[in-house]
Design a protein around this ligand. Structure first.
Ligand SMILES: Cc1cc2nc3c(=O)[nH]c(=O)nc-3n(C[C@H](O)[C@H](O)[C@H](O)COP(=O)(O)OP(=O)(O)OC[C@H]3O[C@@H](n4cnc5c(N)ncnc54)[C@H](O)[C@@H]3O)c2cc1C
Length: 465
């Protein structure tokens, strides 16, 4: 098992290198790890899942509203099935709450039959239109003026952080080399391709570009210019867990021209999120929140669920979608170059990740990669971060066997020393306090680390020694 965060890279060529250890690249590395090949997964960051994959709305979509016939439609549908099964096996929290697409005016109500028909064209047959009274019975706290809704019973919420970590963990345990703090800077195509990285050269026969927002730039290093990524920012507000009782479903708007619109959704961590905005920008690092963005969300949220706005917000954050101007993914295979680019994975990449991975391996095979001899991977069991499932601080048997699970460090999120220790000694340990939060929830609650920050930092620094 190899995870490296510094120093020179191995000199021998890899069979396949995946650039980008977000949810998509990690899923691809995991799928490749089933094969008897030398695989590298590299990321510029010091952790996996540190880009867009850490900041989304965390919905496991059914794909009911995709563009029928698109690659995205197929991969979201397939990915949802794959990830739901993988999550159940590996302990990734998922809650199948269902979604309500709420119509607030006549135009939106008139759009519901078309959306129901579109769901069928996308292979999803369980969506149905429900009248205002049923919507209100299901969601008593909705604001006034509801005219009806499309009920999509299989939309679910999921933990995005554990998903990426589970993929990377399984890949590394199966022999993949994960090289972090390793930015691809330039490359010389050839056989092997020679990648010039911030940690020196890396040679590889096949290359997968899963660089998210930077996939267009990596594409150009390869002599291609198939698409341009325009970051589309999504700002979100997270409300305290006291708001959780206000909402039972994922509340979606009827979609508009700029995508899925602003939603209200419970999270698996037991709080409620409101967002995201959709702002086209030209800065791929602009993950800050703005006063205008937050004001817009509050205005929209007040219409959807007025009581939510009376609750305390614990955090705001923003993620950048890798939009390309196309209504579909930009997955391109270049068999002669032994190169696959996985671009434009905008707002459904978490859901589709496992299906994208299977698709990419097929494309690599077209470029001559030997894909015979696939083995089953050793199952992984991830620590549970979900509020709807047993957590260590409540497990008397676990605490009796190991008292560290009874010693709470982060009181808002009820995270124990045992969980922090496990994260720090895990297969893919965190590279930062934020990475530790994504593995344990420590510092993620109401006080945002005001009370527990020093203790968590001390454990983090001690654990890294
Ligand atoms: C606001 C918002 C809400 C969303 N909601 C949902 C949702 O509810 N459900 C859903 O399924 N999807 C959702 N998505 C989409 C989903 O989050 C993305 O599709 C997914 O995270 C993309 O993953 P990725 O691995 O392609 O990109 P990233 O996570 O960005 O990973 C790319 C990685 O490449 C690395 N990298 C870049 N350049 C280089 C380089 N030169 N060298 C080395 N490494 C490099 C980066 O460091 C990064 O870690 C949402 C997205 C946003 C922004």
């Amino acid at each position: 098992m190899t995870v490296t965060t510094g120093g020179a890279l191995p000199g021998a060529p890899y069979d396949v290198t995946v650039v980008g250890a977000g949810v998509v690249g990690s899923a691809i590395a995991r799928e490749l790890a089933r094969l008897p090949l030398r695989i590298a997964l590299v990321d510029a960051s010091g952790d996996v899942g540190d880009g867009t994959s850490k900041a989304n709305t965390a919905i496991l979509h059914t794909g009911f509203d995709a563009v029928p016939g698109s690659l995205e439609s197929r991969l979201v549908r397939d990915g949802q099935r794959r990830l739901a099964a993988f999550a159940a096996d590996s302990g990734i929290p998922v809650e199948p709450l269902g979604a309500l697409l709420v119509a607030w005016d006549e135009e939106q109500r008139a759009a519901l039959p078309g959306l129901a028909a579109k769901a069928v064209r996308n292979g999803y047959r369980s969506a149905r239109i429900i009248p205002a009274e049923e919507v209100r019975a299901r969601e008593p706290e909705l604001g006034p003026g509801v005219l009806g809704a499309l009920h999509v019973p299989d939309e679910s919420i999921i933990c995005p952080w554990t998903t990426t970590l589970a993929y990377a963990t399984q890949a590394v345990r199966a022999g993949t080399d994960l090289h972090l703090n390793c930015r691809l800077q330039s490359l010389t195509p050839g056989d092997p391709h020679v990648l010039s990285t911030s940690r020196g050269p890396l040679r590889t026969r096949h290359l997968v570009n899963a660089a998210g927002l930077y996939a267009d730039e990596v594409d150009r290093l390869m002599g291609r210019a198939d698409f341009t990524v325009t970051p589309r920012r999504g700002q979100l507000i997270v409300f305290d867990e006291l708001a959780r009782g206000l909402v039972r479903h994922i509340l979606l708007p009827v979609p508009g021209a700029l995508g899925k619109g602003v939603l209200v959704s419970p999270t698996v961590y037991g709080n409620v999120m409101l967002g995201p905005t959709a702002e086209d920008l030209d800065d791929k690092t602009a993950t800050g929140s703005t006063a205008e963005g937050i004001a817009l969300l509050r205005e929209k949220g007040r219409r959807i669920l007025p009581a939510l706005l009376e609750e305390e917000a614990t955090a705001v954050y923003a993620g950048l979608r890798a939009a390309t101007g196309s209504e579909d993914y930009a997955v391109r295979a270049h068999p002669a170059l032994r190169y696959v680019t996985v671009g434009g994975i905008r707002s459904t990449g978490l859901t589709a990740s496992m299906a994208i991975a299977a698709h990419v391996v097929e494309l690599l095979a077209d470029g001559g990669l030997a894909v015979s001899g696939a083995k089953d991977l050793e199952p992984v069991r991830m620590p549970n971060l979900g509020e709807a499932f047993p957590r260590p601080y409540r497990d008397q048997r676990l605490i009796a066997a190991d008292p560290e699970y009874g010693r709470i460090v982060c009181h808002c999120e009820r995270v124990t020393r045992g969980e922090i220790r496990d994260a720090l000694t895990g297969t893919v340990p965190p590279g930062s306090l934020d990475g530790l939060r994504r593995r344990t929830r420590a510092r993620g609650g109401r006080c945002q680390g005001f009370y527990c920050g020093a203790a968590v930092r001390a454990l983090f620094e001690e654990g890294r020694r």
